[in-house]
Design a protein around this ligand. Sequence first.
Ligand code: PMM
Length: 283
Amino acid sequence: MTDHQDAPDSGPEPLPAALAVGRCLLMGIVNVTPDSFSDGGRWLAPEAAIAHGREMIADGADILDIGGESTRPGAAPITPADEAARVLPVIRALADEGAVVSVDTIHASTAAAALEAGALIINDVSGGLADPAMHPLVASSGAVYICQHWRGTPETMNDLTDYSAYPGGVVEGVEAELRQRLDSLEAAGARESQIVVDPGLGFAKTHPQSWELLAATARLREDLGLPVLIGSSRKRFLSLSLPESAAADPIARDAATAATTALVALAGAWAVRVHEVPANRDA
Ligand code: PMM
């Protein structure tokens, strides 16, 4: 992808016109997992996850992001078949009710099944590095693709925070490594208008590096010329600025999350990925 100068700011093309609302979109998180860092196990039963998704839509979520594999540091991987079994009933039910659904997966087979079940967006925290079949699927399906910066699995990512090879540090490193992923997407035949980028806060980033990237939201958008999604919700790096009680409790980071939502919305973020919709809607 060589020339992003003329890319529209409004967002990726193949989404329903109803999402062109002229403000930062809210993506509500539905983790159908037993072990996510902030809400693990709460929505594992499909009925509970579906009810949670409906509540988020009623609260003002524009998109529901449904995931079946935890990306918490140290989390154990699951098979794509188990992952698909967790998320497909939830995706089908919510998409049938008219929700714009995104599937949070690094596996092309799960993504393909999710699109078939009605999802419109693939949210891949690995940016295609985990599965070589992902970028060809993006190209052949025409789906919107959230390409997140990633350097390794939850088991290894906390040891992969050295960006000293880049004179401009973490921001330059993330941009350079995202550009490689964009080149891979272009080589696979994906269209630029399908793609959203995400710096991957907390993924192979120290806490200060996540803050630096958060502050660089506008720059990322301008340099890469693509819509940007930010996922700061309840992440541990927020606790740098919080009292000790909040450092240990993800839910106590909701006010800080809403503050970052206001900041990145002003910086032109296309969407924020959040656990708690009302406070972020108000922000
Ligand atoms: N963070 C998590 C999971 N999926 N997807 C995107 N695009 N960006 C993120 O920052 C992101 C993500 C980890 O948080 P969770 O375990 O609470 O879902």
